[in-house]
Write a protein that binds this ligand. Structure first.
Ligand code: ADP
Ligand code: MG
Length: 341
C-alpha cells in the first residue's frame, strides 16, 4: 500500500542489482525502494556499476533531505521550525525556488504547501476520510506558496505551515541522477522513478525508446510514445484514490483553491520534456488546471509537450509530440485532437 511521499525512508530501501545481455548489449539494472516508490534504473553499456552506485547513493541522500516524516530531514526541520529561518542545502533551496516559480506560473494550481490538506484527507497515512468544509477552510488558512520565504539557502515559513515536494521531487531526482550517470560515462539508460520515466540517449542500437502510456480507464497501456533524451511524467487520478461512503472517488491531486481533489475534466496528464522537474511539476499542475489553461500555458512556452485524456476518453496531443505517439491496437478508436500553436 502506498503511504505518503517519502514516508518509508532509508530503512525501507530495498536494493537489487541485475546484470545481463539484451540484444547483445551489456545491461545492468538497479532496483530500489525510495521516496515511497519503486525505482528502477537500467543502464546499457559496459562498466556502469560505479555510475549506478553513485546514482543510488544520490537518491538516498536526496530522500534524506526531502522526507516529510524523517525528523533528520531538511524539510522536517523547515516544517517544525516554529516560524524561524532554516538553512538548507543547495538542492533543497533550488527545488523550492523552482517550485515557487511553478506556483506563480500556474497561478497557484501548483502549491508546495498543500501537505496539511493531504493529511486531512488521509492520503499521507492511507487512512482515508472526507474532511468537513469547515475543517478545509481552517486548514487552507495555513497554506499558500506566497507565504514561503526563500532567501539564499534560508527557508522561512509561518508556524503551522508545511512544505512538501511530493509533486516535483522525483522529477528533480531524475534530473540529478541523469547528470551523475552521464558524468560517469553512461550514454544509454532508462530510469523509472515510480512511474516518472527519464531516458538517457537512445537504445544502444540507436532506436528510440518505446514507452507505454498507461490507460486511465483500465489496466494496461493505451498508447506508445517513441522518445530519446527526455523525461516523460504522468499524473492521474487513478494513481492513488479512495471511494468515500458517498460513492464518490477522491484522489491525491488537490486543487489548492478548494482543498478538494481537483476536478478539471482531465483524467490523465502526461508531460514530455527535457527537464524531469518541469515535467513532474506541470503534470500535477495541469491535472488541476484543466484543458483550456493547459493549452494557454503550452502556447506560452517551448519546453514541454503534452498528452491529455479527458473524462470522456478524448485524447489531446500537442503538435510537437504527435508524430511520436501511437495508439495501441485495442484503442485505435479513441478520438484524437492535435493542439497547435
Ligand atoms: P505521483 O507522485 O503520485 O506520481 P504527482 O507528481 O502528480 O503524482 O504528485 C502527487 C503528489 O503531489 C501528492 O501526493 C501530493 O503530495 C502532492 N500534491 C497534490 N496536489 C498538489 C498540488 N496542487 N500542488 C503541489 N503538490 C500537490
Ligand atoms: Mg508531479
Amino acid at each position: 500500500m502506498r503511504n505518503s511521499f517519502f514516508l518509508i525512508i532509508m530503512a525501507g530501501i530495498i536494493c537489487l542489482t541485475a546484470c545481463g545481455k539484451q540484444d547483445n548489449y551489456e545491461t545492468q539494472s538497479r532496483s530500489l525502494f525510495a521516496m515511497d516508490t519503486y525505482m528502477n534504473i537500467t543502464t546499457y553499456g559496459e562498466n556502469t556499476e560505479s555510475a549506478l552506485n553513485k546514482a543510488e547513493e544520490q537518491i538516498k541522500e536526496l530522500e534524506k533531505k526531502w522526507s516529510v516524516t524523517n525528523d533528520k530531514s531538511e524539510v522536517y526541520a523547515v516544517n517544525h521550525s516554529g516560524g524561524s529561518s532554516v538553512s538548507v542545502s543547495k538542492e533543497t533551496a533550488d527545488l523550492l525556488s523552482f517550485s515557487l516559480d511553478i506556483s506563480r506560473i500556474t497561478d497557484g494550481a501548483f502549491d508546495p504547501t498543500i501537505y496539511p490538506i493531504l493529511t486531512a484527507w488521509g492520503f499521507t497515512e492511507s487512512e482515508y476520510r472526507i474532511p468537513s468544509e469547515t475543517e478545509l477552510i481552517s486548514l487552507l488558512k495555513n497554506t499558500g506558496y506566497e507565504k514561503v520565504k526563500l532567501s539564499g539557502n534560508y527557508i522561512t515559513i509561518p508556524n503551522e505551515m508545511q512544505i512538501d515536494f511530493g509533486a516535483v521531487g522525483k522529477g528533480y531526482t531524475g534530473d540529478l541522477i541523469t547528470e551523475t550517470l552521464k558524468e560517469n560515462g553512461v550514454t544509454s539508460a532508462l530510469l523509472d522513478l515510480g512511474g516518472n520515466i527519464q531516458v538517457i540517449g537512445s537504445k544502444p542500437d540507436g532506436a528510440k525508446w518505446r514507452l507505454g502510456i498507461r490507460d486511465p480507464f483500465e489496466e494496461g497501456h493505451f498508447a506508445t510514445l517513441e522518445v530519446s533524451d527526455c523525461a516523460v511524467v504522468t499524473s492521474g487520478g487513478y494513481e492513488r484514490y479512495f471511494v468515500g461512503d458517498d460513492g464518490e472517488t477522491y484522489w491525491h491531486i488537490i486543487d489548492p483553491k478548494t482543498g478538494k481533489p481537483a476536478h478539471s475534466g482531465l483524467i490523465t496528464v502526461t508531460i514530455v520534456g527535457e527537464e524531469g522537474k518541469l515535467c513532474d511539476a506541470f503534470s500535477t499542475s495541469i491535472f488541476v488546471m484543466g484543458l483550456d489553461k493547459a493549452k494557454k500555458l503550452w502556447k506560452q512556452r517551448d519546453d514541454f509537450e503534452m498528452i491529455l485524456v479527458d473524462e470522456n476518453g478524448k485524447v489531446y496531443l500537442t503538435e510537437g509530440i504527435k508524430d511520436s505517439f501511437f495508439l495501441n491496437q485495442m484503442h485505435e478508436n479513441m478520438q484524437i485532437e492535435v493542439i497547435r500553436r
